[in-house]
Design a protein around this ligand. Sequence first.
Ligand code: AMP
Length: 372
Amino acid sequence: MRIGVLGAGQLGRMLALAGYPLAKTFVFYDMSGSPSAGLGEVIIDRDGQYLDDFLSRVDRVTYEFEHLPVEVAEKIATCKPVHPCPRALQVCQNREAEKTLFGQLGIPTPEWQIADSAESLREAAEALGCPVVAKSNTEGYDGKGQAVLRTPEDAEAAWNSIGHPRLIVEKFVDFHREVSIIAVRGEDGALAFYPMAENTHHEGILRYSIAPAPKLEMHVQEDAERYIKALLNELNYVGVLTLELFETADGLVANEMAPRVHNSGHWTIEGAMTSQFENHIRAVSGHPLGNVAPRGFSCMINIIGEHGDVERMLELPYAHVHLYNKGERPGRKLGHVNILADSYDELVWRVKNCAQFLPGSPEFKSSLTPRG
Ligand code: AMP
C-alpha cells in the first residue's frame, strides 16, 4: 500500500520509519518548498500544480501538519480515502470552531469570547476578568499570535501586537501542569488510548514529556479518555488524535487538539508497545490497532536549536537518540531523545544526566523535581 502524506517534515519522516516494517511505501507532498522528511518520494509543489500527480501515486492519504487548506483536503477526499477527515482539519484551524465543538461535547474549556476590535478585546477582558489570553482565531501555533492581558488597559497594545482581525479571548487558566492525551481510532471504530503525558514548555516550545504522567489520578486519565473519545466518535475520525489539556484543582480543561501524531507522543517510539506513528499507519491502512501499553517510564527531551553533544548522548545505554537531519537554527526542532527507566527516580537521574549534553536545554522541571 502506498501512503500519501501531506507535509514532509519530521512527523512524516517518523510515520515512514514506522510504516516500512509493515511494507508501506510513502509519497510526501510538500507545499513549503523545504521538505525535511528525507525518506520516500517527495513532491515539492508550492503552486499546487502537481496534486493530481501526487494522487495518482498513492492509495490513501493522511497528513502530518494541519495548516493545509481545507479545500485541498476536500478535493483529495473526492478521489482517495483521506484520514483523518477534512472536517477534523477545519475544526483545528479555527479556535472558535474548536472550542464550540468542545463545549457541545461536554469537554471543559476556559471561559472564552470573541473579539474583532481593540475595543471588543477590552470588553472581553473586562467581562471575563483578567488575566486573559488573547489568541488569533486562525493561523496560530506554539504560542505565536498570542498575548496575555493583565488588565483591560492592555487591550490596545495586545490587539496591535497580534495584528489579526479576529481573536479568541480566554480566561487565564490557573493550572498545575500541562498534559496531553493521545488516542487512535481504527477504520472499524476501535479505540485505544495512550497513558497521558506531562508536558513542560519553554519559550512556547515543548521541551520535556514524561509518560505515564506522574501522580496522575486514575479518574483524570478516565476523564481525558472520555473527552477524546467523544471527539473521535463525533468526527468519525480514523488515525491518531491529540488533545492538549491543563490539569487544574477542579479537573481537566481542554486547550486544543491536533489531528495528527504529536510531539508529546514521541516517547511512544521506544516507550510503548506500539508507537503513535505505527498506530496511525495501522489505522489509516485499515489494520487492527496495536497495543498502547507503556514499556516502563519514559521522558522525551526535545533537541531544539542546537544538537549538543550527540556522541555523548549516544553513549548512554538508556537513551534513544532521534535526529531529523535538519540544520541548526534557534527554536528549530532538530531531534529528540527518549529516556527509558524502571522507576520515576531513575528517570529523573537519567534525564538530568542526558540533558547536560544539551547545553541549550532549559533546566529539567516537572512534577518529579522539587519546585525552586
Ligand atoms: P496554545 O497555542 O493555545 O497551545 O497556547 C500556547 C501555550 O500558552 C500553552 O501551552 C499554555 O502554556 C499557554 N496558554 C494557552 N492558553 C492558556 C490559557 N487559557 N490559560 C493559561 N495559559 C494558556
